[in-house]
Ligand binder design. Structure first.
Ligand SMILES: *[C@@H]1O[C@H](CO)[C@@H](O)[C@H](O)[C@H]1NC(C)=O
Ligand SMILES: *[C@@H]1O[C@H](CO)[C@@H](O)[C@H](O)[C@H]1NC(C)=O
Ligand SMILES: *[C@@H]1O[C@H](CO)[C@@H](O)[C@H](O)[C@H]1NC(C)=O
Length: 335
């Protein structure tokens, strides 16, 4: 919640400190260090192995079938977003990024919206499956925590969504609640990225910050950027002002492409993976009228649009690794 100028100052100061990255540090998945910020609890070198207790803090926002959310590493009543914002880990729709998988069925609605300045995913689901306590009022994650580190500390976001090349996203904001989520990334080349990914309205939730589609169902749409959150013509609202204005109207979606489901095909119980896509061809959402659902899952786990460094032979290695892990688990059970 610091202004950008102050952040920049902090970053310049911390640039003197060799181990601390700067606001302008540009990482790629291939070059990212194990840790990007001091005090980080997880890792940015996440590998590709599927691991439901992964401490991966690198998130991707690539497409409707390939995105992540920040959520608590452990379940329990003390895992509210507010209490765990410094230590959240990445939970992703698609396998192959070394992060945890969002269990199929947890997300019942997701709406990928492409605008000139930002891309976002908004939707609904059962976030208790991502360790968020049932009575949590929710909270906001962004790369600008009070001490200049991110929430989570060391959280890095990459995307191929702005033009196809994977790049680090410096401005992003993600609200997480028990039943709703929204995650916006701003085009690093956009002139108003900090405004469109403003993070100072952190108690006002998705509805204020990202007015959009929060219904069930899955689609990709385009829209105008609309106005930045909190900006109303020439006046700017600040959280805590006596009167909170209405949210902006949601920009009208156009050119929508609808799909019946998204997912990865893995069957997950708690922190265990109890079935693989081929073994569980019909696993999926509660709205599991998905005769072709497994096709989506298969395409999704094989699609070339995925984790940018996780393609071709790396996917094969990953599969082999997963098979080894699963057979070790199997062996352990037999023993
Ligand atoms: C999964 O991630 C956790 C946390 O980083 C780590 O302790 C564990 O060894 C990992 N398991 C595998 C199979 O990689
Ligand atoms: C959410 O998931 C939890 C854990 O599986 C389950 O107990 C609960 O009933 C689900 N809530 C809804 C609204 O589906
Ligand atoms: C999935 O792959 C099949 C076969 O290659 C193709 O016909 C289908 O259109 C693909 N579906 C999606 C959603 O990409």
């Amino acid at each position: 919640m610091l202004c950008v100028a102050l952040l920049t100052t902090l970053s310049l100061l911390s640039a003197a400190n060799a181990a601390t990255p700067t606001y302008s540090a540009t990482y790629l998945p291939s070059s990212i260090p194990e840790h990007t910020e001091e005090g980080q609890t997880g890792t940015n070198q996440c590998g590709t192995v599927l691991n439901q207790t992964s401490a991966c803090q690198t998130a991707y926002m690539n497409a409707l079938d390939d995105w992540c959310l920040w959520a608590p590493p452990e379940p329990g009543p003390l895992s509210t977003i507010g209490e765990t914002e410094r230590i959240e880990v990445a939970w992703c729709i698609k396998s192959g990024t070394g992060s945890r998988l969002i269990p199929d069925g947890a997300i019942t609605g997701a709406h990928w919206l492409i605008t000139p300045d930002y891309i976002q995913v908004t939707g609904v689901g059962n976030m208790t499956l991502l360790n968020i306590p049932i009575d949590d009022e929710g909270g906001e994650l962004d790369p600008h925590g009070a001490d200049g580190n991110g929430n989570p500390v060391g959280g890095v976001v990459f995307s191929t969504a702005f033009g196809g090349q994977v790049e680090e996203i410096f401005e992003w904001t993600n609200f997480m609640g028990t039943g709703e989520f929204c995650f916006r990334i701003c085009d690093p080349k956009g002139p108003r990225a900090p405004d469109f990914c403003q993070h100072i309205y952190d108690t006002l939730g998705c509805d204020f910050n990202m007015p959009a589609n929060y219904n069930t169902g899955f689609d990709t749409c385009h829209a105008d950027s609309g106005e930045p959150m909190g900006v109303y013509g020439t006046s700017t609202f600040h959280q805590g002002d006596p009167i909170t204005p209405d949210p902006h109207p949601a920009p009208s979606p156009t050119n929508c492409q609808t799909t019946s489901t998204i997912g990865n095909g893995f069957l997950i119980q708690g922190s265990s993976i109890v079935g693989t896509p081929s073994a569980t061809p019909t696993s999926g959402g509660p709205s599991a009228t998905k005769p072709s659902g497994s096709v989506t899952a298969t395409n999704s786990s094989n699609s070339a649009s995925g984790g940018p460094l996780v393609q071709g032979w790396e996917r094969v290695l990953m599969s082999v690794g997963l098979m080894i892990v699963l057979s070790l688990v199997g062996a352990a059970i037999v023993i």
